[in-house]
Design a protein. Structure first.
Length: 365
């Protein structure tokens, strides 16, 4: 019998387009995107190597692998400089500098590159756009909101790009939306988040941002709709929990509890679960169920839900604290008196029996 040769996962992923990694990243599947970018490095053409290294570095930073992130940012800077994209090279240096020395040092690198740039040259415009976009994000974290708004708007005018002009517009729209939200300009923020999703329909951060914005606007129906849209992009137990709470706050406790049970039975896949060896989603939904039950004074059921959460993950500190609080409430004199009064209350009187079908009608008065 002849052997069947099969491709390794590395070979399969190396043949996928780089854009598939960006799609995974947009949907917040960071580990899947990271794996694809790492496999692509060996087979990417020269013009894709730098964006690939940049993507690896950025994701490593997001998952707090700072030392490896800095190394990859420096490699990306070298590759960008080799293909005559000096401003993107400076951007990579600034991102490494932020990790090592903080925002002010990173901004100094950005400022120097912008000062040496020429917006009138088409080959530099989108690169400079990315510098302004990144500086806007730094200003946002530093709470220099007005300066951040100016930078984000400038970035959009230059159509920031990574592989092509304008392919990073969504990031600038998202940052501008966050800045407007901080200023309390909720309608303007919503327009920016929508623009980010129009540019990149899979961009989960903008979909998630819409949830928080609609909560600020107290748009209950809009919040639930926004959660559903975000859930389609990336099913997460945290989103299901938010929806359950939103339903409960709207007086739909039964629907909220049904949602919790549905997600407990069929939890969404979480990328980190194989590493943790436990179902994060199931534990999250048991805690959500317990919180809703506690709010409607079904304390014993809430206690049981938390015990199940701790059976799934005995190390969950939030579930432990919640269970301690519930047990204390159950044991409190006030609760004991309430339960005793409820037990002592007479049962509601039975409804009177219906008259037989052949009974005569009452006589007219």
């Amino acid at each position: 019998m002849s052997r069947v040769r099969t491709e390794s996962m590395v070979m399969r992923l190396s043949k996928k387009p780089l854009t598939e990694g960006f799609d995974l990243w947009d949907q917040d599947y960071l580990l899947g995107a990271l794996r694809l970018f790492q496999c692509k490095l060996e087979s990417s053409p020269p013009f894709e190597v730098a964006p690939c290294l940049e993507s690896i570095a950025t994701i490593l930073g997001l998952i707090e692998e700072d030392e490896d992130a800095v190394e990859h940012f420096h490699l990306a800077a070298e590759k960008y400089n080799l293909i005559q994209k000096k401003h993107l090279g400076a951007l990579m240096t600034a991102m490494a500098t932020e990790i090592q020395k903080g925002e002010d040092a990173a901004i100094a690198v950005i400022d120097a590159s912008i000062a040496g740039g020429d917006e009138s040259k088409d080959k530099q415009k989108s690169q400079l756009g990315r510098l302004y976009s990144y500086r806007a994000e730094l200003k946002r974290t530093m709470e220099k909101v007005d300066e951040g708004v100016a930078d984000a708007q400038k970035a959009l005018s230059l159509r920031p790009g990574r592989l092509a002009d304008g392919d990073m517009m969504h990031a600038a729209h998202h940052t501008l939306g966050q800045l407007f939200q901080t200023q309390g300009k909720l309608d303007e923020a919503a327009e920016q988040f929508k623009a980010a999703l129009a540019a990149r329909p899979l961009f989960f951060p903008a979909a998630e941002a819409m949830i928080g914005l609609l909560k600020m606007k107290e748009d209950h129906g809009g919040v639930i709709d926004a959660i559903d849209k975000a859930y389609k992009l990336h099913p997460k137990a945290t989103l299901a929990r938010q929806k359950a709470f939103a339903l409960s706050e709207g007086g739909m406790d039964d629907e909220a509890l049904m949602l919790c049970e549905m997600v407990i039975r069929d939890p969404p896949h979480e990328e980190t679960e194989p590493l943790q060896g436990k179902s994060v989603g199931v534990c999250t939904m048991y805690k959500a169920k317990a919180a809703i039950l506690a709010d409607i004074d079904r304390l014993e059921e809430a206690k049981a839900a938390l015990q199940k959460a701790l059976f799934v993950d005995a190390t969950d500190a939030e579930a432990t604290t919640m269970l301690e609080d519930i047990e204390a409430t159950i044991a409190s004199p006030t609760n004991k008196a309430r339960v005793a009064a409820a037990n002592a209350a007479p049962a509601p009187a039975a409804a009177p029996a219906a008259a037989p079908a052949h009974a005569p009608a009452p006589a007219a008065q």
